[in-house]
Design a protein around this ligand. Sequence first.
Ligand code: ADE
Length: 418
Amino acid sequence: MKYDVANLALAAAGKQRIDWAERQMDVLRTIRQRFAKHKPLRGKTIACCLHVTTETAVLAQTLQAGGAEVLLCASNPLSTQDDAAAAIVKYFKIPVFARKGEDRQTYYRHLKAVLDAQPQLTMDDGADLVSLLHSERKPQAKKVLGSTEETTTGVIRLKSMERHGVLRFPVIAVNDSKTKHFFDNRYGTGQSTIDGILRATNILLAGKTVVVAGYGFCGKGVATRARGMGAHVIVTEVDPIRALEANLDGFEVMPMSAAARVGNLFITVTGDAAVIRPEHVRVMQNGSVIGNSGHFDVEIDVRGIRRLAQRRYQARPLLQALEISRNKTVFLIADGRLLNLAAAEGHPAAVMDMSFANQALAAEYVVKRHRSLERRVYTLPDELDQEIARLKLASLGMRIDRLTPRQRTYLAAWQQGT
Ligand code: ADE
């Protein structure tokens, strides 16, 4: 079996952490038991381009239990957990191509290595496999039944491909399931971003002015959790409705040009490019910390900002100091890459449970339904979303009410008024 991981000797440590993650992934475990019995993915090869973490290991095992041949590469050069990668190879016999800190060339070599297995299904977090299948590997795209996409940024790319009429197979936007973005994007990103900031800097958040760029589900999560730690939070937005929402949620709202002057810590979660630029850094206070939790490392103009620096040095392992002048140094977390995975361990397993339950069910859905699907971006049917929520509630030991017959009739009627 071919694979490329940093160090197989880390496998035992990785397995221990995978077991810990699995304990908190009850929904995925339930799906795995059904998959093991009915083998809905039998005979299919699935190439996964995901963050290589302990939670992803549990997903990979679930797909394997469903009868699939699984291959895994990283969806970001800095997010790989080398111990998890080693354990997936050693204990699950799944080929993994991922090393934390791999360069761009290795990153793409690894993507191509999983595509070399001629998968019928691909699973993306950021649409990089789909992009390759629509550029360098066009002939291979014909053999792909469909794909699934984990993240908002990837879904935006794919919907653009759909609009331009270039998408060659159906894609399930896992991100758009309610049991994914309501929880993963908000509570997952909220917690893992704070985790990454603290691991990278160990700064005291209480009393700091934290500027959160973007008030989508991820921004809401980060802003709420930062406030929970005692920070004063400012939100920047381009969407007037989201800006109003942030304001009524109790956050201050202003443009980045104004926020740059007063913030101590800046976090981008917009999904867009060049949100923090040299002109902002020029007016920042001495000691400001800048980081990104959006999928791609484009949200901070790292190159432009570095050009301002007279001197650069490593302040801590994942924190670069940029000396702008004699009395001003700003600090950049994890080279502007997604800090919740680069400096921490990503979202907690309990939330990835629902995201990856969606991935597993989406893979099954593509295998079952690909003949009737068009070359479009689909959301999983609402019944599956509801089922995942029901399973999660059950795993938490929570029960909820059911509609009574009278309530059902009331909701279905239109005649009853005042
Ligand atoms: N994306 C965010 N957190 C993650 C995790 N823990 N595993 C895989 N993908 C993730």
